[in-house]
Design a protein around this ligand. Structure first.
Ligand SMILES: NC(=O)c1ccc[n+]([C@@H]2O[C@H](COP(=O)([O-])OP(=O)(O)OC[C@H]3O[C@@H](n4cnc5c(N)ncnc54)[C@H](OP(=O)(O)O)[C@@H]3O)[C@@H](O)[C@H]2O)c1
Length: 330
């Protein structure tokens, strides 16, 4: 089987190799999955550069999430799983950028045959994060407003879709006009562009309404400008820092208006939540992908051997959507 392996921390194209490894013996609780699709996420590159919350030993099989079909089962695994499509949970115990992968059965969730495997391959990280961000911190009611940064990211698209299903309105910040248009097409209720007058633009867009929740993946000043429009007692959740700058939220806002500031990392939930809760939420999200309610824009798919082109394209800003590996379709 062929897999992309990380051999040192550094720039993705320089430290990842495509290697052929012999098929390992299956443990009694393992299955062999023949991969269908696996996306490339910003967190994969953080890990590759040694800047992530997990620093693996080398060689390390990369790729956090994806879908495939079970082709073999270990002696203690139900043989009925053979041939089934499964989602591989992003536990980082198995690398999904591989044509075949051995996975402990506890890290799998069965998925629908009807849904697009490319779309399904992306639900392990972003949609579940969007779901948890919307459900864990404040009790949102239909008609409530939330604000978010980098709204044209895949995360942003899932947040808009899940908020809409709950009747929650979105105020979306982007950093360029063509991204604003894309977010409007996705159903973002208001879209504003990062700039010198961001707070004024946010207030105008909200027209007297206040935000209940701010979701930030950029850091720097935009999150602070959004936080100024939070209700007293509202919450901000920081789940990434794409700009590399600390989230600049005024202590005055935090103190005098009783705002809360939280951090979120999916890995903590995957490690600590009961498996039944994890399975239930992923199955719910898989159903939403199957009925078309959840979708992420895709820019291009690549076969595994074109991994360097895939990385270069994935690292570009102003992308139109996700870059993914697709297996067996080329
Ligand atoms: N904490 C967690 O558990 C968790 C879970 C899921 C995702 N995340 C994080 O969420 C972030 C988004 O992930 P994704 O998969 O949705 O990303 P994505 O689809 O690849 O999109 C990346 C987005 O980042 C924007 N961006 C990049 N640098 C920026 C900057 N300096 N200022 C403003 N915007 C910037 C891009 O804007 P342009 O289009 O204008 O270039 C684009 O909208 C990533 O950092 C990811 O690691 C965290």
């Amino acid at each position: 089987m062929r897999q992309l392996q990380l051999v040192a921390f550094g720039e993705p194209s320089e430290v990842i190799e495509l290697n052929t490894v012999s098929e390992p013996l299956l443990g009694q609780d393992d299955v062999l999955v023949s991969m269908e699709a696996a996306p490339i996420n910003p967190s994969d590159f953080l890990l590759v550069r040694g800047m992530y919350g997990v620093r693996p030993a080398f060689p390390f099989s990369v790729g956090a999430e994806g879908v495939g079909r079970v082709t073999q089962t270990g002696s203690k695994v139900d043989v009925a799983l053979q041939g089934k499509r499964v989602l591989i949970l992003p536990t980082l115990e198995q690398g999904t950028w591989a044509d075949q992968v051995v996975v402990p059965v506890r890290n799998l969730v069965p998925m629908s045959d009807e849904a697009d495997p490319l779309q399904l391959s992306m639900i392990g990280i972003n949609p579940v994060t969007a779901y948890l961000l919307l459900n864990r911190y404040v009790s949102l009611m239909p008609g409530d407003w939330i604000g978010q940064t980098a709204a044209n990211s895949a995360m942003g698209q899932y947040i808009i879709a899940l908020a809409k299903l709950a009747g929650v309105k979105t105020l979306n910040v982007v950093r360029r006009e063509d991204a604003a248009e894309q977010v409007r097409q996705w159903g973002g209720d208001r879209v504003v562009q990062q700039g010198d007058n961001l707070h004024k633009d946010i207030e105008e867009a909200l027209n007297g309404k206040k935000l209940s929740l701010v979701l930030d993946n950029v850091g720097g000043t935009p999150v602070g400008e959004l936080a100024k429009s939070l209700k007293t007692g509202g919450s901000t959740v920081v789940y990434a820092v794409l700009s590399g700058q600390f989230p600049a939220i005024s202590p005055k806002d935090l103190i005098y208006r009783d705002l809360s500031l939280h951090g979120f990392w999916l890995m903590n939930w995957i490690r600590n939540a009961p498996r039944t809760e994890i399975q239930e939420i992923y199955q719910k999200l898989g159903d939403l992908v199957a009925d078309g309610s959840l979708y992420a824009a895709m820019e291009h798919v690549y076969p595994l051997e074109q991994f360097k082109e895939a990385f270069t394209r994935s690292l570009r800003s102003h992308r139109g959507g996700k870059i993914l590996f697709q297996f067996g379709a080329h």
